[in-house]
Design a protein around this ligand. Structure first.
Ligand SMILES: Nc1ncnc2c1ncn2[C@@H]1O[C@H](COP(=O)(O)OP(=O)(O)OP(=O)(O)O)[C@@H](O)[C@H]1O
Ligand SMILES: [Mg+2]
Length: 268
């Protein structure tokens, strides 16, 4: 597998360093989990990879290579072409991420127009295909609804549809199930797994909940104290962790999570 994304980055806010020399590699078609406690810097890393850390007055140094090209020196005009098209983002809180005043269709069409210049028919076709891919009703009636007229789970699917409209190579999902009930959480996890298999999309799946990511990740990177302390397939993380922090994390779990057969043999 060729590396899509390679990072070696240090992230700080004012005089506080949040992440130090964090090296991550995501390969084509791979699902990489990024797990760590609240405040350890997971969202900051996601924003850095999306070129958005400046919005929060954060500073990133080091290197972020995308398909071999250095992103840290990219101009904003180049970021605008890449962000949302090649690297897309699924945020944490679905309802607050949608505009309550606009119909679902308008919001999806706006996202489509950011990177496409085709006509209305082409746009409709792309939107309906995206809705089907996230198992939402590909119907006019659904598209005419406002965010207040759909469930939180459906809102999260709309955001995922928006993120995959342009068939990005990498999807970054930042705690995408934390606002959902347990059953909807599990359905959304299955959806990410389906998108990875069906569309071959790589996924950086961020979570503070180690068991929840076990079923969909090829490898899991554990963050603690500003560093990645271990990065390995779920099988190793759960049954043969090498770092003391990972061992403590696993020992604190009430039970071992289910891991599908296909992930068990994934290589590091
Ligand atoms: N704009 C900011 N200015 C100063 N410090 C910030 C800023 N944004 C985040 N931080 C700090 O950086 C650290 C990492 O924050 P970040 O949001 O990346 O953590 P996280 O791992 O995503 O947490 P959570 O699991 O709660 O979402 C935290 O200590 C946070 O308080
Ligand atoms: Mg976060």
């Amino acid at each position: 597998m060729a590396a899509l994304l390679q990072t070696r980055l240090t992230i700080s806010y004012k005089d506080k360093t949040v992440l130090r020399e964090v090296c991550l590699e995501i390969n084509e078609g791979e699902v990489l989990g990024l797990v760590g406690h609240s405040g350890c810097g997971k969202s900051s890393l996601a924003l850095a990879v999306l070129g958005l850390l400046g919005m929060k007055d954060g500073k990133v140094t080091g290197s972020i290579r995308w398909k071999g090209e250095e992103l840290l020196t990219l101009k904003e005009s180049a970021w605008l072409k890449l962000r949302g098209k090649e690297i897309a983002f699924v945020p944490q809180s679905p309802l607050s991420s949608l505009n309550p005043a606009l119909r679902i269709e308008t919001q999806l069409a706006e996202a489509w127009k950011l990177h496409q210049s085709g006509g209305k028919q082409e746009c409709q076709k792309a939107i309906l295909a995206a809705l089907e891919n996230v198992s939402l009703p590909a119907e006019k009636e659904f598209l005419r609804r406002y965010p207040s007229e759909i469930s939180v789970g459906q809102a999260q699917r709309v955001l995922i549809a928006m993120a995959i409209l342009h068939r990005p190579s990498l999807l970054i999902a930042d705690e995408p199930t934390s606002a959902l009930d347990a059953i909807t959480q599990s359905e959304i996890l299955d959806l990410f797994s389906h998108l990875n298999r069906k569309l071959g999309m790589s996924i950086l799946y961020i979570s503070h909940d180690l068991p929840s990511v076990a079923s969909i990740c090829d490898r899991i990177a554990i963050v603690n104290d500003g560093e990645i302390v271990e990065c390995a397939p779920p099988q190793q993380i759960f049954f043969a962790p090498t770092h003391a922090f990972t061992r403590r994390l696993v020992a604190a779990l009430p039970s071992m999570p289910q891991m599908p057969e296909k992930r068990r043999g994934a290589s590091a």
